[in-house]
Every structure is written in C-alpha cells, then in structure tokens.
Design a protein around this ligand. Structure first.
Ligand code: SF4
Length: 164
C-alpha cells in the first residue's frame, strides 16, 4: 500500500516549537493511519533542534526556495541562525520519502519547514506571505507532491488518479 510522508506533529507527536501536536480530525487521515500508510518525520527535530524551541521564520522573500538558493535564511525569534539545521532536516525528510517510495506528503501548514503555499513572513508578528517551507520546497523540487492537512481530499484524488 502506497506510503505518505507526513509531518510528525500531524501524526500526533508533540514536536512543535511549543511541544504540542496538531490534531487532524478527518476520516481519511484516520483511515490512512489505521492502514499504516503514514510515515512521520519532524524535519526540525531531524535537523537537531530540541522540543520545545523558539519559533523560527524565514527572513527574506521567496520562502524555502530562496533559502535553498542562498537568498533567504532561517532564524529563531531571538536571532539564532537555523538555516543549516533546517536544511539538514529537510534532506533527511527527502531521504525518508525516497526510502518508502512516497509520491506525496502531507505537511503542516504555515511552518517554515513544512508549510506549503503560504508561510509566516519573517516578522514574527503573525503575518503571512507566499512561499513554501524549507522541507516542502525540497520535496517539491524532487517531484514529490506536497499537500497540507486541509487538502486531504485533493491528496486522495491524487493517489487514486495515479498522477505523479
Ligand atoms: Fe511539525 Fe514540521 Fe514543525 Fe516538525 S517542523 S513541528 S513536523 S510543522
């Protein structure tokens, strides 16, 4: 049965910066869980960051794509440089996806690692901007389809269609 890479916080593990998980009360999620299809990773922990930790955001326009291009960087709220840790964790997520043959991922919305389409804008004020997180950008660059926890029906259609 086809595996799906997922953010560990959506899987129910308390790994967010504030040591919380994120419930996903959706029957598709429950079904995939019970079928053993969900492969969980927290890229920030995989990159060596602790729980709890300071919240982090991407500084500069363009989100994760710009980070990989060296045109933006990741810092936490007190200004510590986290770009290398975020990239290390993203690389581990990509390796895990390849190991399990994942064509798709469900990643937590808004996160500077996992967010896709829209992320926090680097001001630490709650504002958002267009862009992907560092992990989401890397997975997409390697042909893995990225969805968030609000797009499970779209993912189900993707899986059923056999699109790649
Ligand atoms: Fe969840 Fe991703 Fe943040 Fe880890 S890095 S806590 S998996 S959103």
């Amino acid at each position: 049965m086809e595996k799906i890479l997922v953010s560990a916080c959506l899987y129910g593990l308390p790994v967010r910066y504030n040591a919380q998980a994120v419930p996903v009360p959706h029957p598709l999620w429950q079904r995939w869980w019970e079928e053993g299809r969900l492969i969980a990773i927290c890229p920030e922990m995989a990159g060596g960051l602790p729980v709890p930790r300071e919240p982090a955001e991407i500084i500069g326009r363009g989100g994760g794509v710009a980070v990989w291009a060296g045109q933006a960087r990741v810092v936490d709220k007190t200004g510590n440089a986290l770009t290398a840790a975020f990239q290390a964790g993203a690389n581990q997520a990509l390796q895990l996806a390849h190991l399990h043959g994942c064509r798709a991922a469900v990643l937590k919305s808004g996160s500077p690692s996992c967010g896709q389409g829209q992320i926090y804008d680097g001001s630490f004020s709650g504002g958002k901007t267009a862009g992907d997180g560092v992990t989401a950008a890397l997975l997409r660059a390697h042909g893995i389809a990225v969805f968030d926890e609000h797009q499970l029906e779209q993912l189900a259609m993707f899986l059923d269609s056999g699109l790649s």
